[in-house]
Ligand binder design. Structure first.
Ligand code: CMC
Length: 391
């Protein structure tokens, strides 16, 4: 058309400027606000990283205390909102439950919907950070038919989530500090990844001046797809299929290479990384440690390692620069922690939340221009309408 750039999948189109996350896909570098992911994973905490992403700087001790405290005061769900969970079938996948209840927050907190009032934006930010783990834990409780637990605000965010997920009202639940630390670290690794599909969705929805809860709910839905966050569930199912089929990784890889039924090696490949995903490198190291500590399914981890080994020396994968991504090893760890496969993408969403919030807020730092891509029209030119009787 002369003025429209055609770029399906946005392979080469920057939709925004952003100062939050830097990726060098060829070198395998990831930094949040300038800090290397390796340092944050090793030395920081999820709550601190959330602060860093949202406000741009690492918090001072008093800022961190204040932030943690504010989040703590908002972990409860409105009693009426809890009825939402009753409307879903018991075997509902927890991702649509998570996105629906997150979206419903807009109906419960109309007071925090004024995008132009900074104090209200602050309040929605804190509410969302506090309530999403509660919603996630209840989505799980619903699926196993157990009663919801109220948050215990003497606990930290991750510990509270673990207790609400695995605890029972009649029994005291001791949070395993090593399990909590491992989950905290995995959440850090997922906390942001610049303009990925779900974050771009949050920005696009937000660009119509839709509120934070609704925009993030859109992001959760985008994340659910198996090519994005849903890949962590798909990886585990793939590993189980390989095992059920005799554990022959080679046979499965042949199917992938021959593109039988469009089968892909889940947890491999990335739009931006044409090198080892730095997050996957950290997760892989953690997998051994967590499994030996918690006694997980070593067989699945072994199959995963064999698949990776084969892929990294196979022309099909090396020519296309396909390396393991963050989702390749996380599922094995989540499984060892006791999460059912269907909860994996929910954990990804919990991790990605501060990134979504940071991008939504960055978008609103300047007057927003509504996102409105163009198209290349390929349909009919003008046609004459035919009356029903003549068709
Ligand atoms: N298995 C087999 N072949 C693959 C794979 C794979 N996982 N990924 C890409 N390819 C091939 C693809 O068929 C194509 O080959 P050819 O040029 O001969 O047709 C080439 O590699 C380039 O792939 P693409 O589809 O153009 O790459 P993309 O940038 O559009 O897609 C991706 C990126 C992540 C969607 C894709 O690699 C994929 O489907 N991977 C599996 C799903 C997955 O693990 N997703 C998680 C992504 S990381 C974190 C997250 O977002 O959740």
């Amino acid at each position: 058309t002369g003025y429209t750039t055609y770029d399906p999948g946005f392979v080469n189109t920057a939709s925004t400027k952003s100062a939050i996350t830097y990726i060098d896909g060829d070198a395998g570098i990831l930094r949040y606000r300038g800090y290397p992911i390796e340092q944050l994973a090793q030395r920081s905490t999820f709550i601190e990283v959330s602060y860093l992403l949202i406000y741009g700087e690492l918090p001072t001790p008093s800022q961190l205390e204040d932030f943690t405290d504010r989040i703590r005061r908002h972990t409860l769900l409105h009693e009426d909102l809890k009825h939402f969970f009753d409307g879903f079938p018991r075997n509902a996948h927890p991702m649509p439950v998570l996105s629906s209840v997150t979206n419903a927050l807009s109906a419960y907190y109309e007071d925090s919907l004024d995008l132009h009032d900074q104090a209200q934006v602050e309040l929605s930010t804190v509410r969302l950070l506090a309530k999403l783990p509660t919603i996630a834990a209840y989505a799980y409780k619903k699926s196993v038919g157990q009663p919801f637990l109220y948050p215990d605000n003497s606990l930290g965010l991750v510990e509270n989530f673990l207790r609400m997920t695995f605890g029972l009202p009649a029994e005291p639940y001791e949070v395993d500090p090593e399990l909590a630390a491992a989950l905290d670290m995995l959440l850090i690794l997922h906390a942001d990844h610049e303009q990925n599909c779900s974050t771009s969705t949050v920005r696009l929805v937000g660009s119509s001046e839709a509120n934070l809860f609704t925009s993030v709910s859109g992001g959760i839905n985008a994340l659910w797809g198996p090519l994005h966050g849903g890949a962590n569930q798909a990886v585990l199912e793939m590993l189980e299929r390989i095992r059920a089929d005799g554990g022959d990784a080679e046979k499965f890889m042949r199917r992938v290479k021959n593109r039988e039924d469009g089968v892909r090696l889940m947890g491999f490949g990335h739009r931006v990384y044409k090198n080892y995903d730095p997050r996957a490198a950290i997760v892989k190291k953690t997998a051994d440690a967590v499994l030996s500590r918690l006694g997980g399914d070593d067989q699945l981890l072994e199959i995963a390692k064999t698949v990776e080994e084969r892929a990294l020396t196979d022309d099909y994968f090396t020519e296309r620069k396909l390396y393991p991504n963050v989702d390749f090893y996380t599922g094995v760890i989540y499984r060892a922690m006791g999460f059912p496969t269907r909860m994996f993408t929910v954990l990804f969403a919990m991790g990605r939340l501060p990134g979504w919030i940071a991008h939504w807020r960055e978008l609103h730092q300047e007057p927003v221009r509504i996102g409105r891509p163009r198209q290349v029209y390929t349909g009919y030119s003008e046609r004459e309408y035919l009356d029903l009787a003549s068709r």
